[in-house]
Design a protein around this ligand. Structure first.
Ligand code: GDP
Length: 444
């Protein structure tokens, strides 16, 4: 799970502070030592760590923090603020050209996810702007890169310009741009060649493409799993090509966090997107504040809500909220909600975005199985309409009948009913503004 070690260690540092009633300067020093180690272990660039710890310490030992009623919380907030700051404060949108086409050049080392990200970006532009992009296959060296882009293009119904692997990449780009002009494509996404490491020849080729295509955006794709190496790669590409933004891929893996926290400060260039999976819809805008939430184990509620909103219509949401408030939430709603969640994406990914869940040890090895939801549905569908409205009717004999009807065990039926009651109780409490459960967010 991404940032796992970092989140855990930061929480340990905060818990140390929370255990003290009054926090002294030396407590802050101890906590800072832990935070420093946590960041270094997460493979954050050394200079970034030094500066980060210095700033947090200076702000934390201010008298208004230490004399406040909640010094530990204040320090968490300072760490949060500074995490946001090192990652660039606000999200930075794609650069656009005032006239068509906007040209986006994808660069990066082999295996970073360049070709996949080119496809993800095309999909995003089509979905969000009804754009008509053209992708150009100019990676003629990696075996199958051209075919890979063509296949992605077919999946997305986005045209791909290619000339096989026997032409000069600059020539391919030139002809691709001519085709885009002819077809009035509004975006051109150029997939360029990568190497296993930065070399002179590659940089020369990329510079030539840049000179010809005059891209509005040069997006460097880096693999977040490679930590400091990703940061160095970013620095190298930036020096040679003056990139305009970074895409950080594989944030769905167990990346330690170093790249996300270092790249902005080291290169001065914003991370614009993050890749969070192999599928073509797994590209999200990089929001520094949400990423800080995630690093601190506070979940990523905003992304979750946005995901939900795309599939969930407002009326349905309001209806559900009203039912919860009036304690009128029944099994029908439960199944409805499950179906909504099922539509949102892989369950274990979704769970991690819920505050307090991201670092819940109970979830560590959980692979949520979509089949579980189907089982729950089967159980609910084996209830009579009356039972669905009123869980209190469900005595042992009814439960046995439901188990037989749904092909699940009685234990499973019992577990599901218990789960339903728990979530109903929790939702009712939360809707009444009782956020007690949330206070444990930092495991204190
Ligand atoms: P390229 O050599 O830079 O063009 O890399 P590819 O686009 O071929 O990607 C290399 C591998 O990384 C492929 O198996 C992709 O499916 C995978 N990949 C790319 N982005 C992501 C991501 O965000 N998450 C995960 N898990 N895999 C990714």
């Amino acid at each position: 799970m991404a940032f796992e070690g970092l989140t855990q260690r930061l929480q340990n540092a905060f818990n140390g502070l929370k255990r003290k009633g009054k926090v002294s300067e030396s407590d802050v020093r101890d906590a800072m030592r832990e935070i420093r180690l946590a960041l270094l272990e997460a493979d954050v660039n050394f200079d970034v760590v030094k500066e980060f710890v210095k700033t947090v310490r200076e702000r934390a030992v201010g008298t208004e923090v230490l004399n406040s009623l909640t010094p530990a919380q204040q320090i968490v907030k300072i760490v949060h603020d500074e995490l946001v700051k090192v990652m660039g404060d606000a999200a930075v949108p794609l650069n656009k050209s005032p006239h068509i086409p906007t040209v986006i050049m994808m660069v990066g080392l082999q295996g970073a996810g360049k070709t996949t990200t080119a496809g993800k970006l095309a999909k995003r532009l089509v979905d969000q702007e009804k754009a008509r992009p053209l992708m150009i296959a100019a990676d003629i060296y990696r075996p199958a890169a051209v075919d890979q882009l063509v296949t992605i293009g077919q999946q997305l119904d986005v045209p791909v310009f290619e000339m096989g692997t026997d032409h000069d990449p600059v020539e391919i780009v030139k002809q691709g741009l001519a085709q885009a002009a002819e077809n009035k494509n509004d975006y051109v996404i150029i997939d360029t060649a990568g190497r296993l490491e930065i070399d002179e020849q590659l940089m020369q080729e990329l510079s030539n493409i840049k000179a010809l295509a005059q891209p509005n955006e040069i997006l460097l794709v880096v693999d977040s799993m490679t930590g400091q190496v990703a940061t160095q790669v970013a620095e190298g590409f930036n020096q040679q090509l003056d990139i305009t933004g970074v895409v950080l891929t594989k944030l769905d893996g167990d990346t330690r966090g170093g790249a996300a926290l270092s790249i902005r400060t080291v290169t001065g260039k914003p991370i614009k997107f993050v890749g969070q999976g192999e599928k073509l819809d797994a590209l999200d805008v990089f929001y520094p504040d949400r990423m800080a939430d995630r690093i601190l184990g506070m979940g990523d509620m905003m992304t979750l809500i946005e995901k939900a909103q795309t599939d969930y219509d407002q009326e349905q949401a309001e209806n559900m909220a009203r039912k919860i408030q009036e304690n009128d939430f029944d099994f029908n709603d439960f199944v409805d909600q499950m179906s909504q969640i099922q539509n949102m994406g892989p369950l274990d990914e979704i769970m991690k975005m819920i505050p307090g869940m991201a670092n819940n040890p109970a979830l560590k090895n959980v692979k949520m199985d979509p089949k579980d939801i189907d089982h729950i549905k089967a159980i609910v569908y084996s209830m009579t309409p009356k039972e669905r409205r009123d869980p209190d009717l469900l005595n042992p004999s009814r439960r046995r009948r439901i188990a037989a009807g749904s092909g699940r065990s009685v234990q499973e039926v019992n577990r599901m009913i218990k789960q339903f009651k728990q979530s109903r109780d929790m939702m009712t409490k939360m809707s009444k503004g009782n956020m007690n459960g949330m206070e444990n967010m930092f495991g204190s």
